[in-house]
Each structure stands twice: as structure tokens, then as C-alpha cells.
Design a protein around this ligand. Structure first.
Ligand SMILES: Nc1ncnc2c1ncn2[C@@H]1O[C@H](COP(=O)(O)OP(=O)(O)OP(=O)(O)O)[C@@H](O)[C@H]1O
Ligand SMILES: Nc1ccn([C@@H]2O[C@H](COP(=O)(O)O)[C@@H](O)[C@H]2O)c(=O)n1
Length: 439
């Protein structure tokens, strides 16, 4: 029965294109399956041509929350239970250009002579959502078959690995909408609603959303969002702007969600990102109210939610990101838009220096640093590609005082701030006071 169910699920996968993130610096290895033997390309030989044991594992489920949580659990188990002789690569099976067609999983290359990986896979295969394939070689051909720990695969058909052309869009970009980035409040709301049994805190978050929502924003003061990677100086700048412009300072996620943040940070992206998305809508309601009284400065908002989500969802290199102009960089139609978004940037060295001075990341290993650098590049690039409104880049490497001056200058120009101060631009920043400022 279990084998029949697994065969049905795997059968659904066989008509897809498979992608393995074999080397994060290059594009994935793509292959399809064919009933006739196919010669492997040189690139594919690197993965399929050796004598290691090869497996792939895919997570299927009709419930998106179950699928996301199973995927995260498996990722964790593979990272702790397999031996050092095993390489685990992110893998997926997808239909090119078809949204939400990606079935995520992992590819395992086992160089050991022990049966540890089989033992681990045997446990994982107990889950009704998991489907495991093994790969066998004969001469220069390699085929995939449904894996069974007890070799009951006589019903399984040999499907030969067939090199495929690179996909135009990286497969991970096909599932971003409503799994990683939410383009309307209801989509994020629904995900948390589906989680109320497994994550009781979801109810409290939804209650806060219901209580605080208010979308009106009339003829109001300007709203300026400050964005940037960790330690680029957002807190320093936003607090200085609050003083100098007599503005209200808000954050996303808002303070009322702080007690729940750690809980949702431990959840897979589907759930974690829905939490941050809802945080933006609560902050938007606060902006709507506060901007009637004074200018509003916001420390992180939609750009952060979308940029981090896209950079995490898209594996590998910067080139894998959705192309500039993609609909994935559009602002949600139902989310209040700020007047100005400023992106603080500093060099990686300066950012690391600031992190270290703050007492963090002192023991980052070289390998980890490299991965972080790739991630940092993708987040920054995604920030820059977001549209309507797009962000204006601010070089945040000078002193806090100079950064403040630069930003005040931008705010005056872009938000048509009129000031009665007679001081020249360069010396005026600390003299801007609520009493001399008109919007
Ligand atoms: N212009 C600057 N020049 C030098 N150091 C700075 C500057 N701005 C901020 N710093 C220092 O860099 C560190 C990080 O700054 P800050 O906390 O403002 O960054 P952040 O972007 O808010 O970080 P996070 O997103 O992690 O909260 C702090 O120690 C701060 O004093
Ligand atoms: N509007 C936001 C704000 C934050 N995030 C996520 O939080 C992380 C950074 O927060 P800090 O408190 O460290 O500044 C970052 O990983 C984002 O994923 C968000 O999604 N949306």
C-alpha cells in the first residue's frame, strides 16, 4: 500500500524537470527523465558519473503548511543525521514557467561505505509526504528509480537521466508568490489562519491584526522609510531623524508583535514571511494615524520583507534572482505606500566592522562568511529592484552626522520640505527643528 502510494506520488514527479544546486557558483544541473538511455554531459558526469550512492528526496503534500514544515524538518534531520561523507544539495522538480509547480527536495551524494544514509532515508520515507528516488549507473548511463529500503521496486520503471537545457527562470522563483512574498494581506492572513492548531500564537497575531487595522490616510505628513542590511546604521539614523524632524518613529514589525517574533522566526518561510507581512499591515495602520500629526520615520517596512524573502527563497548566485522589472518586485496594492524609501549601504568590510564593534559575528568562519556574502549581495540587489516606490540609495559609510545631513537634504528635496532656516545645507542639519519645519 505504502509502495503504491509512493509510486503514485513519484509518478507525478517524473514528467517534470529536475534541478540540483550542485555548485552554488554556477547554475543548477537540470535533467529530465526518459525511457531510453541518454548520454550524460560532462557537467552531469560530475554528479552522476562517480561510484557514490545517489538519492533524491521530494516533499509532497496537499497542505502547504504541512509541506513547508516537513521540508524544514527534513532539512534539519539531513544536516544532523548524515555523516560527513554525505553531500546534501537543494533540489527541485518543476514545470518550466508554470507558477507553483515546484516540488522542493534534496539530492544526497553518499561517499561512505556504511548504510547510515539508507537508515536515515528509511525513517524519512515513513512520512506520507516524502518520496525517495535512487540513482544507478550502467556504463555511461544513469537511471532513476523509486527507492525502497527492501528492494521491492520490481514495479518501478527505469527512467534514464537526460541532461536538460537551463530554465529561463530559476525554478525557485516560480513558487515565491504567496509562499515567500505576500502581495495582499488576505494571502498572509490565510496562512496564519491555517496554522492556528499547530501554532496557537497565530490566533493572537490575527487578533492584533483585526484590532489594529485601519487603512485611511488623508492629507498627511510625509512618511519616510529607512531600509538596509543589519548594522548599516538604521537605528542610529532613524533616532537622529526623529529628533531633528520632530517626527514619529515607527518600526516594522511593530512593538506589539515583539512577543511572537522568536516563535515565528523558527518556522519555515511560508509561515515566517506571513508573520512579517502582517506586521507591515499593522505598521501601516499606525502610519495612517501618526502621519496625520507629524512626519513619520519607519525603520524597515515592505522592502525588507520582500528583499529578505526573495534572497532566501532563491538559491545560489545573484544571477538566479528574478530579473529587474519582474512582477515579484511590485508593491502590494493594499499596503500603504511611503513617500520616500532610503536604502543605507556600506561596504561589506565596514558592515562587518560595525557588527564586530557591536559585539556580534566575532567568530564567523570563512565558509560561513562566503555564504553570508552571497546572501548579502542578493538582499541588496533585491532591495534595489523593488518598484513603486523604488528606494534611493544612500552611502551610509561617512560619520553619523554626515549621513544625517545627506538624508535631511534628500528629504527636503524629495518630499518638498520647506524650511525657514537660513543656514546653508551643509550646516543646517542639526538646526532643523519642528518649529522651523513645514511639509
Ligand atoms: N555612520 C556611522 N558610522 C560609524 N558607525 C556607525 C554609523 N552608524 C551607525 N554606526 C554604528 O554601527 C553599529 C550598527 O548601527 P545601527 O544599530 O544603527 O544599525 P542597524 O542598521 O539599526 O542594525 P540592525 O538592523 O541590526 O538593528 C552601531 O554600533 C552604531 O553605533
Ligand atoms: N519589515 C520587516 C522587518 C524585518 N524582517 C525580517 O527580520 C530580519 C531583520 O530584522 P532586524 O530586527 O534584525 O533588523 C530580516 O531577516 C527580515 O527577514 C522582515 O521580513 N520584514
Amino acid at each position: 500500500m505504502m509502495l503504491k502510494r509512493a509510486m503514485f506520488r513519484c509518478g507525478q514527479l517524473c514528467s517534470r524537470v529536475f534541478a540540483v544546486e550542485f555548485d552554488l557558483r554556477t547554475e543548477p544541473l537540470y535533467f529530465t527523465l526518459s525511457s531510453t538511455p541518454q548520454e550524460l554531459h560532462q557537467a552531469h558526469q560530475q554528479l552522476f558519473g562517480g561510484d557514490e550512492k545517489l538519492f533524491s528526496l521530494h516533499v509532497h503534500s496537499d497542505s502547504r503548511t504541512e509541506k513547508a514544515r516537513t521540508h524544514a524538518e527534513i532539512k534539519h534531520k539531513l544536516s544532523v543525521a548524515l555523516s560527513r561523507d554525505c553531500d546534501v544539495f537543494e533540489a527541485s522538480a518543476f514545470i518550466p514557467d508554470v507558477k507553483n509547480s515546484v516540488v522542493k527536495g534534496f539530492f544526497i551524494r553518499d561517499k561512505s561505505t556504511t548504510s547510515l544514509s539508507e537508515d536515515v532515508l528509511k525513517t524519512l520515507q515513513q512520512s506520507k509526504s516524502v518520496c525517495v528516488f535512487s540513482y544507478k549507473r550502467e556504463g555511461q548511463y544513469c537511471w532513476q528509480e523509486l527507492w525502497s529500503p527492501v528492494n521491492q521496486v520490481e514495479e518501478s520503471v527505469r527512467q534514464y537521466v537526460t541532461p536538460a537545457a537551463a530554465a529561463e527562470r530559476h525554478p525557485s522563483t516560480l513558487n515565491i508568490t504567496s509562499s515567500d512574498v505576500y502581495y495582499c494581506m488576505n494571502d498572509a492572513y490565510e496562512v496564519l489562519r491555517e496554522c492556528t492548531d499547530i501554532i496557537p500564537e497565530s490566533k493572537e497575531v490575527l487578533k492584533l491584526v483585526n484590532e489594529q487595522l485601519e487603512t485611511s490616510r488623508g492629507d498627511a505628513f510625509p512618511v519616510i522609510v529607512i531600509e538596509g542590511l543589519d548594522a548599516t546604521g538604521k537605528t542610529t539614523l532613524t533616532e537622529a531623524l526623529r529628533e531633528s524632524l520632530n517626527a514619529t518613529l515607527l518600526k516594522s514589525p511593530p512593538q506589539c508583535l515583539a512577543p511572537f517574533r522568536q516563535r515565528f522566526d523558527s518556522e519555515p518561510p511560508l509561515i515566517r514571511r506571513a508573520f512579517y507581512a502582517l506586521g507591515n499591515y499593522i505598521t501601516a495602520a499606525h502610519i495612517g494615524k501618526e502621519s496625520l500629526r507629524a512626519p513619520v520615520i519607519v525603520d524597515r517596512y515592505w522592502h525588507s520583507t520582500a528583499a529578505y524573502a526573495i534572497a532566501t527563497a532563491v538559491g545560489g548566485r545573484v544571477e538566479n534572482l528574478p530579473k529587474p522589472g519582474s512582477e515579484l518586485y511590485q508593491w502590494p496594492e493594499d499596503l500603504l505606500q511611503p513617500n520616500l524609501v532610503l536604502l543605507l549601504t556600506v561596504s561589506p568590510e565596514e558592515r562587518l566592522r560595525r557588527l564586530r564593534d557591536r559585539g556580534q559575528d566575532k567568530t564567523v568562519e570563512e565558509a560561513e562568511l562566503e555564504i553570508n556574502q552571497l546572501f548579502r549581495l542578493k538582499v541588496e540587489e533585491a532591495y534595489k529592484r523593488i518598484q513603486n516606490p523604488a528606494c534611493i540609495i544612500v552611502d551610509a559609510s561617512p560619520s553619523p552626522r554626515e549621513v544625517l545631513q545627506q538624508v535631511e537634504h534628500l528629504i527636503r528635496n524629495k518630499c518638498h520640505l520647506k524650511t525657514t532656516s537660513s543656514l546653508p545645507d551643509e550646516t543646517r542639519s542639526h538646526a532643523i527643528s519642528p518649529h522651523t519645519t513645514r511639509w
